[in-house]
Design a protein. Sequence first.
Length: 469
Amino acid sequence: MNNLSVSPLPAVQSPTRIIAVTSGKGGVGKTSISVNLAVALARQGARVCVLDADTGLANINILLGLLPRYTLEHVFSGEKLLAEILLKGPDGVDIIPGASGLVSMANPELGKQQALIDSLGQLEQQYDYLLIDTAAGISASVLHFVASAQTALVVITPEPTSLTDAFSLLKVLQQKGYRRTVQVVVNMASDSRQAWRIYERFNAAVSKYLGLTTQWLACIPRDDAMRRAVMAQKPVLLSAPGQPATMGFVTLAELLAQHFQENTVPNAVFSRYWQRLFERTAQRAAQAQAKPKALAAESVEGEEDHPEQRWERLQRELLALMTSQSLPQESILQLLRGMLQASANQLKSVRADLVLELLQQMEPSGLNEQQRQRLMLECRRLGLDKARALANETRPVMDAAPKQVERVSGETEVRKHGFDESRFGSQEELLRRLREASGSEPLLALLTSWAHSSAPVSGRFRLPQEEAK
């Protein structure tokens, strides 16, 4: 799934308004919003259907106290028609139990999808609204259902993880080519002012870092009536009329209907999207089957894939991948680190050429202060600090302290601790030096300057102040 933006679609007018209710994190009340919004729309006189697309949990039937005998899996297998699996919910809302059958929709077996395509096409003729209650997260099925809808309704809460996970969901959608405006509903807010502050924070991050457009739709206040309604397996609109949460859902339904009336909504056709997905899946499967046959034919003709030929092919593919804009910089850095570690024994002395080549490609203006200090320390460790280190056979300055050996009684050799007296003198001298320091300069910078400026006296290095005495 490289691109989710299938628009523009053929000019086929769909009477159904298709809405994907989704979230980045579970537990934000997404399914409760789907159910109560469906009832509120039905009370406005609309024909409403809810598709339970949460393949892992399938909670809609639980919230409504329904026991489905069949699911969409039976439609996919051809055992049942869509009309035969529909459940009747409150106020005339129809429910399509999804269960585990929806997992197969994103990767169907050939020959089984036409019945499902025909059934999905019927939905676009029978209802005014089709609400898709997706699973939480960024799985392939979630991304496909959001892309197949005309608009996405993203549910967030004041909880920080809800905001970060919703941002991650939109980031993945944006990377896949999604460009439509996203509707946002803030759930479980203490009041409308808190909900608006939460939305502003979320919208600012999405606009700045993703370039996507979001619209404030409504907020559902935190209300104990919602908890009681879930326990009673009954929508809060029916169990607690007049409560704040109930009024929030009524307002949400009105604003959503107004949104579709006043805005140009993409002419997305739900069944057409899935048909195109099935066709692409079948095409990729055919190409995957044909590739081994082509390789086998080349082998028969005697054109063996020698290591040199394989290396040249992989090199071209790797360069093309690294120049691709879709590959994150973190992935490139991780790849380079792994290659350096794996090829350390092979490169040996050639590694120096690689380091120098990287340094030549580096622009000093692109380094931050932390990177500058790290580079300076590494240069000194390698003995690249001007001519002094080169004249001394690139003696390291900030490398690990050498293990010193001294003779004791019995001619037994013992190893001293790791403190490097050759560069900093005794520990007492170093502590005195640290106490006399101003405290405005970082410790690492102090140690570096002291070690670098030390000169050999009486067989060991002395601190600069000692030489003046």
